[in-house]
Design a protein around this ligand. Sequence first.
Ligand code: RM4
Ligand code: MN
Ligand code: MN
Length: 430
Amino acid sequence: MSNLLDLNFIEDCNKQLKQEIHQDYQALGEKLARNNIDIEDVLKQAQSFSIAVPSWGVGTGGTRFARFPGIGEPRNIFEKLEDCAVINRLVTCTPTVSPHFPWDVVDDMSALREQADTLGLKFDAVNSNTFQDQADQQHSYKYGSLTHTDTATREQAIKHNLDCIEYGKALGSKALTVWVGDGSNHPGQQHFSRALERYLDSTRVIYNALPDDWQMFIEHKMFEPAFYSTVIQDWGTNVLCAMELGDKAKSLVDLGHHAPNVNIEMIVSRLIQFKKLAGFHFNDSKYGDDDLDSGSINPYQQFLIFNELVDAEYRAAEGFDPAYMLDQSHNVTDPIESLMNSAESVQRSFVQAKLVDREALYGYQESNDALMASNTLKAAFHLDVSPILAMARLRTGGAINPLQAYRRSRYREQIASKRPSSGHTGSGIV
Ligand code: RM4
Ligand code: MN
Ligand code: MN
């Protein structure tokens, strides 16, 4: 496919950087050793981290105003997988892909699974889509899907989710993520509790169709496309529904789907405590559901979220097994570059959180030493763990500097001639 998948090429890219990275790794190792931390242990933790790439993220995104396509965009799920493989080849922490249906439906799902296998990829949670109409569909989702007032429309939306479970089974997935845009634009337009009752009636049917070893991830979002009210608008409604449905239903946290200034790390803690944390859609935001690159705006928040996650691991919290996924829209960057950067950014927060002196923190909490508690977190956040991340990649056959290697490969330029432009410049969510 490309020289990028060639071990020799990556080896060659790493050659010039190897000496420097060994020196930096050693220096950081000595620094950590002064705090009785073995850098090799931290490295193993870094290598254990993995995060799924969204199939819809490898195409250029857009806003409701316009989309400015890049060159060599993938035109179907097979090409999307090729790009995902390039990402994983270089960063080595993205071995899974989260597909979105019907966008990624193909006639032969087993062929898709085979291609993924060949590329060294597996599938994470499958996503349903009842937030837009498809060309061939009978009932419109203009006024809602799983919560629509019309029974036939609800049934159609339920059927789509059941189909997604079947696609997922064929691909080896173990979870269905359900996000609905259902809501209203005018006060009075929708009866709040009736709409939620309909949601629960619909999702119960979907829940009951889940295989025993599957989970249902419920995703909330405060607003957009509905601008007055949204049926599953926040983590409160989300977790109430997950509790109503049963143990296999959990709440998914998309970082951009909250009101500004909401304490997301605290929501995470609550969901962990009640065994209801499904996992994450990582991205960053400044104003709303901006879908910016993870850690590009507020890396401290991302670290504080991982502080809660690592704390749960440290305390061996029961039922704790969150799924990590990226969910971003790359409007002005090469999606492959953004996804590599973001995967590393999330991995960085994870590793930094591993370096929090947890016993010291608990001590400061018990003695009400607010300043030292805060400084304990800051100490880990300020550590530059780049050498650990680079060494983790080097030892697993990835690139010391993924971005540099990717640009040097000229993958995008090469692939552009094989993938003529789709010409689609209209608005688009992704
Ligand atoms: C939504 C939400 C969902 C994703 C779609 C494309 O805002 O984040 O997770 O499936 O976008
Ligand atoms: Mn999302
Ligand atoms: Mn979103």
